[in-house]
Ligand binder design. Structure first.
Ligand code: CA
Length: 233
């Protein structure tokens, strides 16, 4: 039986970029479909059922965010990962896209190598939807997180965290490699010590990193977007 190739749909109105992306993905043995507008992209999704969608945000007609919203609202396409392709300086659009449910993004001009790596990483995470249960003990690097006991150890040493710091660490560490906006973090973490606001996420991450010492480096700031727990490669 032939093993079918992983299907990637590129929705992008610039032909040069479509060609560059297609060339680099085909070289990695992906099957590539192109759509030159958002509307054509939606049709291609319905017809081809791609495994992943590369979505340009700046499209004529329906823009990428609108397409992303429609994809994520439909049962048929909700689970197809979306990687946004954006121009520099579109941080607020990236934030909106992530909150709509896009999985990741690349900023133009991107290196084809980076793009291919992102596509593979998103597909890998999709293939192994192993987000641990909220109650499970989580081990990552030298960090052990005990949700039941609200305890964290680094290298076997107990670290004293506030409820909000614990919540943020646990939320991010359960999904290494994923970028989350401040709003998504606030939404997921209801601090018991005091209300968590978007700005206070920054303050708490500073405190968290300080307490985690060297392990604090695993919490990466994604400039203009939010935070991500470093992926164990
Ligand atoms: Ca464009």
């Amino acid at each position: 039986m032939a093993i079918s190739k992983t299907q990637i749909l590129i929705v992008e109105d610039e032909e040069d970029i479509r060609e560059l992306v297609r060339y680099n993905l085909e070289r990695e043995n992906f099957a590539v479909t192109e759509a030159e507008s958002g509307e054509a992209g939606l049709k291609a999704v319905a017809k081809k059922k791609p495994d992943l969608i590369l979505l340009d945000l700046m499209l004529t007609g329906k823009d990428g965010l609108q397409i992303c919203r429609e994809l994520k609202q439909s049962d048929a396409s909700r689970d197809i990962p979306v990687v946004m392709m954006t121009a520099r300086g579109e941080e607020s659009d990236i934030v909106t896209g992530l909150e709509l449910g896009a999985e990741d993004y690349v900023v133009k001009p991107f290196s084809p190598k980076v793009l291919v790596a992102r596509v593979k990483a998103v597909l890998r995470r999709k293939a192994a939807p192993s987000v641990p249960d909220a109650e499970d003990v989580l081990r990552i690097y030298d960090i052990v997180i005990h949700p039941g006991r609200h305890e964290v150890t680094v290298g076997g040493k107990l670290v004293d965290l506030t409820a909000s710091e614990f919540g943020i660490l646990h939320f991010l560490a359960r999904r290494p490699g994923w970028v989350f906006t401040r709003y998504q973090i606030v939404d997921a973490v209801h601090g018991e010590d005091y209300p968590v606001t978007e700005r206070s996420v920054d303050v708490q991450v500073v405190g968290l990193r300080k307490k985690l010492k060297k392990a604090g480096d695993y919490i990466e700031t994604v400039r203009g977007i939010g935070y991500r727990f470093k992926d164990e490669e």
